[in-house]
Design a protein around this ligand. Structure first.
Ligand code: GRF
Length: 203
């Protein structure tokens, strides 16, 4: 399978995916990494792994629609089977999302449907949650709202602050993202009208 990864930052999830493809655990190849921000560590990680690293700076575009359509053209030039959003900090147009329906994943640092959007760790702490975590989901037009594929749960300690909690969640992200991509590349996952199936069974 051909995989394109979109990033905006450090790319530690990208690194987890690079490692899982290199080890053969994921039956697929990352054919390109695209960042909307220049100079980020994730682009360096791609280059170091011998993966094509491309920059498409959203600031060079007048509108969200113009950026998304250029991004779609760039992604499609790589003919991907799967598009992976790995810390890609952009809201996407419905048209863009619809084009990749059933073949685009996102990872979000909360136990969705809780805490869509930003500052998830702080919000979990403020709510007094005893459990927090992360979620891989198929991307649909609703922000952080697509059908869930896999979640990891971490305990919240009474003396946690947002940064410690974030670190614990991040470690889990690096476990579940390769797992979801592994399933997808083995043709085990599908997005259907009724929801997500793994090995034919509804999740
Ligand atoms: C992760 O916490 C992800 O859940 C969020 O952005 C962060 C990306 O981290 N959407 P990294 O760039 O993969 O290190």
């Amino acid at each position: 399978k051909r995989i394109v990864v979109l990033i905006s930052g450090s790319g530690s999830n990208l690194q987890a995916l690079i490692d899982a493809t290199a080890s053969g655990r994921i039956d697929g190849r990352i054919v390109a990494v695209i960042s909307n921000r220049p100079g980020v560590l994730g682009l360096e990680r791609a280059q170091k792994a011998g993966i094509r690293a491309e920059l498409l700076d959203h600031k060079a575009f007048d509108s969200r629609e113009a950026f998304d359509s250029a991004l779609q053209a760039l992604i499609d030039s790589h003919e991907p089977d799967l598009v992976v959003l790995a810390g890609f900090m952009r809201i996407l147009t419905t048209e863009f999302v619809s084009h990749y329906l059933g073949r685009m994943f996102n990872i979000h640092p909360s136990l969705l449907p809780r805490y869509k959007g930003l500052n998830t760790h702080q919000r979990a702490l403020e709510a007094g949650d005893t459990e927090h975590g992360c979620t891989v989901h198929f991307v649909t037009p609703e922000l952080d709202g697509g059908p869930l594929v896999v979640q990891a749960v971490v305990p919240v300690a009474t003396d946690d602050d947002a940064s410690r909690l974030q670190q614990r969640v991040h470690e889990c992200e690096h476990r579940i993202y390769p797992l979801a991509v592994e399933w997808f590349c083995a043709d085990r996952l599908q997005l259907l009208q009724e929801g997500v199936t793994l090995d034919g069974a509804l999740l």
